[in-house]
Design a protein around this ligand. Structure first.
Ligand code: CTP
Length: 475
């Protein structure tokens, strides 16, 4: 946390705030910076958008500032808010409100209020801190609900009774866990109990908003913490029930399998240490998602999960659709990593053959490094010797990959002969035989029978055509 004089300095030196303060003081409108900006400023975190609250009309204040800098705010009349870009920063304006909700209706009765009313109806005490931009008390922190104390105690806590705060906007149930995960804070006991009791209210919140928060949890420094809060509060069962199914250990004949939920969280944390990429983190979450569905017990072999990587990959589009995640290349990327996640480990347990490495390079393409990151993260054994052995075997595979890639250039593999060339050469129309020839050439390259080279591929194409009774055009 930074000192009072330091944040006073930042407020005085931030160009956008200088502009807001000057106009607000001229208009004699009591105006404050509030919310995430103040929280992050005090915590010494990276600063994002600025939220301004004034006692009066936020829209009017934004318009007047807009006139003074020759810009027009974007006004949301329904919400009483306006957004304006000032000195390159996004600034959001709102008038202080006292908001209550009728018990028989979700429609808020919004009344103008003073600053404390407005702070009181915000989500958490750490987000209800305000700093004055007014002449007489410029830079002063206004903290009627113990936000500073919560920052010191590292606590997520609501300013009102938690059920009231969560009823106002049930998305705050997700936000509580998201902030706890992002900041490594605890959730205060009454607030956590209210989350447990009120999780069902998330039903009225759109999936997009829920998933937005889920993604922020996934992107936090140690996402397992957020997922444990989601799990223990019962929220995870509402928002992502498939993941809850991973939890639990069955024992038959004294043989237990590992708890795939906690294993998945460990893999997620491991991968998060080497990447901030949301989709690689999603691949970690989903890599074993089909284990419960494929779990079998064999008297001799014990527990098996045969085909969980293929089934899991097939589930990815449905899960993405349910969670309203994008159904684009990102989904395909996650699907690919889930499908291939056992392949490198299978390579290390066998003798590393060139053709197996070639096939993996061909299938993974440019995502091979990410796949290796996922596979290394997947080693969660507590046996240090075993981990060391795996990692050194992975190293051998990686060395082999570099060797094969330098020689064969398979990462962005394109067949050296195209379907068009096959059709032209043999004067044939599009047909199955074209696909068959292409496939055999591909297989020959991956097997290493011929090199990834035009002349060798062309010669093989001629041989394969001849074998099928096709004659070369012009002959
Ligand atoms: N807020 C709230 N209830 C919500 C959403 C927002 O009370 N459901 C208030 C909080 O005071 C919050 C402020 O509006 O600090 C701004 O919201 P938002 O931009 O969503 O969050 P930040 O706190 O700025 O944090 P971040 O940018 O990390 O999302």
């Amino acid at each position: 946390m930074i000192t009072e004089s330091l944040y006073h300095q930042v407020i005085a030196d931030t160009p956008a705030l200088k502009v807001v303060a000057a106009v607000a003081q001229q208009m004699e409108t009591p105006t404050y910076v509030v919310g995430g900006f103040v929280r992050d400023l005090i915590l010494g975190r990276k600063l994002k958008d600025i939220d301004i609250v004034c006692v009066g009309s936020g829209i009017q204040l934004a318009k007047t500032i807009g006139e003074s800098i020759g810009a027009k705010p974007v006004v949301h009349k329904n919400f009483g808010t306006a957004a304006l870009k000032i000195e390159g920063e996004e600034v959001e304006f709102v008038g202080a409100r006292k908001e209550s909700y009728r018990s028989n209706s979700r429609k808020p009765i919004v009344e103008d209020g003073n600053l404390a009313d407005d702070q009181n109806r915000r989500d958490f005490t750490i987000n209800a801190l305000a700093i004055s931009l007014n002449k007489d008390d410029f830079g002063q922190l206004l903290d009627p609900f113990g936000g500073m104390q919560s920052l010191e105690d590292k606590l997520i806590q609501t300013p009102l009774a938690p059920d009231e705060t969560f009823s106002d906007d049930p998305l705050r149930i997700m936000r509580a866990i998201r902030f706890a995960s992002q900041l490594s804070f605890d959730i205060e006991a009454d607030t956590f109990n209210a989350i447990k009791e009120m999780k069902g209210r998330l039903e009225i919140v759109s999936q997009e908003r829920i998933t937005d928060e889920l993604n922020k949890i996934i992107l936090s420094p140690k996402p397992s913490y957020g997922f444990k809060l989601l799990f223990h509060s019962g929220v995870l069962a509402h928002v992502f029930p498939e993941m809850v199914k991973l939890q639990g250990v069955k024992v038959i004949d004294g043989k237990a399998h590992k708890d795939n939920f906690y294993h998945t969280l460990q893999v997620l944390d491991n991968v998060s240490e080497v990447t901030n990429d949301l989709w690689l983190r999603w691949a970690a979450i989903l890599h074993d998602i089909a284990k419960p569905a494929t779990q079998r017990f064999h008297k001799k072999a014990g527990w098996t999960f045969h085909g969980h990587e293929d089934l899991g990959a097939r589930w990815v589009p449905r899960i993405f659709k349910q969670l309203k995640l994008p159904l684009n290349d990102k989904m395909k990327y996650v699907q690919k990593l889930v499908r291939l996640h056992l392949r490198p480990i299978a390579l290390v347990s066998e003798k590393v053959t060139e053709s197996a490495v070639r096939r993996l390079l061909f299938e993974a393409g440019d995502d091979i490094e990410d796949l290796m990151k996922l596979c290394k993260a997947d080693i969660t054994s507590k046996d240090h010797n075993r981990v060391r052995r795996y990692l050194s075997n992975f190293k051998k595979v990686e060395e082999k990959m570099i060797e094969v890639e330098e020689k064969d250039h398979l990462r962005n593999f394109k067949l050296p002969v195209t379907g068009e060339l096959i059709m032209e050469t043999f004067e044939i129309k599009p047909s199955r035989v074209v696909g068959d020839i292409k496939n055999e050439i591909k297989e020959a390259i991956l097997e290493g029978t011929i090199e990834n080279d035009y002349d060798q591929a062309f010669q093989l194409m001629l041989d394969l055509g001849q074998k099928r009774g096709l004659s070369r055009s012009g002959n």
